[in-house]
Design a protein around this ligand. Structure first.
Ligand SMILES: Nc1nc2c(ncn2[C@@H]2O[C@H](COP(=O)(O)OP(=O)(O)OP(=O)(O)O)[C@@H](O)[C@H]2O)c(=O)[nH]1
Ligand SMILES: [Mg+2]
Length: 254
């Protein structure tokens, strides 16, 4: 029998009991298996006061705990939990806005060696009614325009939470990541470009969220913009000596 490659799906969650079940249930396991992947699901739970962990564990996901608040901290904890045999990594939100059944669309670009990392694009895809607020759309157009011009990144949605990477990209990127909150995505995109990775977008569907938003549009919007400009001065070689690679720590089970 053909050996299956491991595809790890990271789902950062804080109080997402309303969405996480659907996100996990809709992962197209059979299709992914046919494509040659063995699926592993890691939910990064963060101070949830609801049944997020329970819902995820019931579906046989691995649930790890990150006590430090923020999507950036959760994402980095997810990266540390990756095992060396993972080939591709997907990150998707737990609020059922991005559709997990579209995972094969992102992974195909990696499998065919079209690029090293993929961003699921809402602006280039299907935005369902009441899912992306007008002001968020305007901020996204503006930030995406700036990243395209300044970093020469041919991407069409820099505020997306839907990503796929070849595992070796994470190995090189992780030691450079500093973000604690929602600026993590901007940090990853700008640093991936500076590290010389090929990043493109694929159109995806975006639905209204289940449960409550964790985003503060003023504070997080400003921090994301600051990250965009700050990383202009970032030089991977100059910073290389200062970073320490924490290595793969394996799994923590709840
Ligand atoms: N583990 C963890 N996850 C978080 C934290 N903050 C946000 N998240 C998760 O990150 C994902 C994105 O957060 P959202 O609140 O949906 O932010 P958004 O998608 O930019 O904004 P919405 O349009 O309101 O959905 C969700 O799955 C959240 O549960 C956190 O502190 N810890
Ligand atoms: Mg969301």
């Amino acid at each position: 029998m053909k050996k299956l490659n491991k595809l790890t799906i990271l789902i950062p969650c804080r109080n997402e009991e309303k969405g996480i079940g659907r996100v996990i249930d809709d992962i197209p396991r059979r299709i992914l298996k046919k494509l040659g992947y063995k699926v592993e699901i890691i939910v990064i739970n963060n101070n949830s006061t609801d049944k997020t962990a329970h819902v995820a564990l019931k579906r046989k996901a691995i649930v790890i705990t990150e006590t430090k608040k923020g999507k950036g901290n959760a994402t980095k904890a997810g990266f540390r939990a990756l095992n060396p045999d993972t080939v591709f990594v997907v990150m998707i939100d737990g609020d059922n806005t991005y559709k997990s059944k579209e995972i094969p669309r992102l992974v195909e670009l990696l499998a065919s060696d079209f690029c090293d990392a993929v961003i699921g694009s809402r602006l280039g895809g299907k935005i369902k009614r009441n899912s992306l607020k007008f002001q968020n759309r305007v901020a996204n157009w503006t930030y995406t325009f700036l990243v395209r011009q300044i970093y020469r990144a041919n991407v069409t949605d820099v505020l997306s939470g839907y990503f796929a990477w070849k595992k070796e990209v994470i190995d090189k990127l992780y030691p450079h990541l500093r973000s604690e909150g929602f600026e993590i995505e901007m940090e990853m995109i700008t640093k991936m470009k500076k590290l010389g990775f090929d990043v493109y977008s694929v159109p995806i569907t975006y639905d209204p969220r289940e449960g409550e938003s964790k985003l503060n549009k003023f504070r997080d919007g400003a921090l994301i913009l600051y990250t965009l400009f700050k990383n202009l001065l970032w030089n991977p070689n100059r910073n290389l000596k200062k970073v320490s690679w924490e290595g793969i720590k394996g799994y923590e089970y709840n």
